[in-house]
Design a protein around this ligand. Structure first.
Ligand SMILES: [Zn+2]
Length: 386
């Protein structure tokens, strides 16, 4: 036999959970053709993997690559780390469905994460059908924030029966077409405007389709316990598989709560609740800057928010809420050195600088700096927080 590729003497980890063993892997016609401690035969190409691991492609279960894959289909930053499958559409944010006349609304809403992605009107089935060929396999979730934005805009209230029915119909349509489940982003508008009963009504749809619920919980900082309890309540009430994504205890006042939270999740699992959690493999969070301010600043949409951020009385209220609780969904930070601009489409030279440094350079207060930056950037600034 002449193999196309022979990967020689690597530590082969087969994904079953058993320990790796040193051996050979032969590929032929794009498939694994043989595995063994020392395969005989010729190969057109031999790769010496001595000292390296040979594994199935990694599945990155929690990404926002739907914002970049269509404009960067090679996905090299993932493929070069061994990731071959990504689950996208997390944290309540999906780029579909987009109802007629609402492409700009969604583009503005997602500008803090997807400033360069073109948005167009489309149903979720059309989204799946027209997703470009990319270098990784992709599984899609429907975002609850996107559903709510399409049906209700950025309204801070419960849906009417008709509006809830519209969200359910859009979710049904998406799941029938192949969406793997629904994500929620209860930490930020408009997800934060939804009560648990709304999420439960949508999770009942997930249950019928045997689909999963993936939640960026309502609070990851000062009320993280209550937020985990809400996720457990939803999982228990609806009987859907619930994943708390990127679980963390952010804000200096909350450091050290992880053990208590993990005990709570373990107790729920022991009682038969189908709930799980995952965590980042790195020590920083990425967020649209606007989401770190109190949720009420976003009511009414982008233009209203930008006009609001210019008002001294609004800045005074933000300042006093920050003094009391720290940043929205993040809590108290050690200093403004902890917040660093990562993407700023209209103020690109600020990328890499901290809010502390930018405020010092202008001789202004950090809250004024943030508000001015958001106004200059049309609300699209993104930050890293440590
Ligand atoms: Zn998230």
């Amino acid at each position: 036999m002449t193999w196309d590729i022979l990967i020689h003497r690597g530590t082969v980890i087969d994904g079953s959970g058993s320990p790796g063993i040193i051996g050979d892997v032969a590929l032929h016609a794009g498939r694994i053709a043989a595995l063994g401690p020392a395969l005989a035969g010729e190969a057109k190409k031999v790769i010496d993997a001595t000292g390296l691991a040979v594994t199935p492609g990694f599945i990155d279960i929690k990404t926002h690559s739907d914002f970049v894959l269509p404009i960067n289909p090679k996905a090299e930053s993932k493929v070069r780390q061994g990731v071959t499958t990504e689950i996208i559409g997390h944290c309540g944010f999906s780029v579909a469905p987009v109802l007629p006349g609402k492409a700009e609304l969604l583009a503005d809403y997602l500008s803090g994460g997807a400033p360069w992605l073109p948005f167009r009107e489309m149903s979720f089935p059309q989204y799946l059908d027209t997703f470009p060929a990319v270098a990784v396999n992709t599984g899609m979730l429907v975002g609850h924030n996107t559903l709510r934005l399409m049906v209700m805009g950025l309204e801070d209230r419960s849906p009417t029966k008709r509006e809830l029915g519209e969200m359910i119909a859009l979710l049904e349509d998406s799941l029938r077409a192949g969406a793997l489940g629904m994500s929620s982003g209860l930490f930020t508008p408009p997800g934060s405007f939804a009560q648990a009963d709304e999420i439960m009504a949508l999770c009942a749809v997930l249950k019928r389709h045997n689909a999963g619920y993936f939640t960026h919980i309502r609070d990851e900082s000062n009320k993280v316990m209550e937020a985990v309890e809400e996720a457990i309540d939803i999982a228990r009430a609806c009987g859907v598989h619930t994943e708390i994504v990127h679980l963390k205890c952010s804000g200096v006042d909350n450091w050290g709560k992880a053990a208590q939270i993990l005990d709570k999740i373990a107790a729920a699992r022991a009682a038969g609740c189908d709930i799980d959690c995952d965590a980042y493999p790195y020590a920083a969070g990425a967020n649209p800057l606007k989401n770190l301010l109190p949720p009420w600043i976003q009511i009414g949409g982008k233009e209203t928010m930008l006009a609001r951020l210019a008002l001294p009385e609004v800045r005074a209220r933000i300042r006093s809420e920050f003094a009391e609780h720290g940043l929205n969904n993040w809590g108290r930070i050690a200093s403004w050195e902890a917040v660093q601009i990562s993407i700023s489409p209209r103020v690109p030279h600020s990328a890499g600088q901290t809010v502390a440094a930018l405020a010092t350079a202008r001789g202004c207060d950090p809250i004024d700096q943030i508000c001015d930056h958001l106004i200059a950037d049309g609300g699209a600034t993104r930050v890293l927080i440590t």
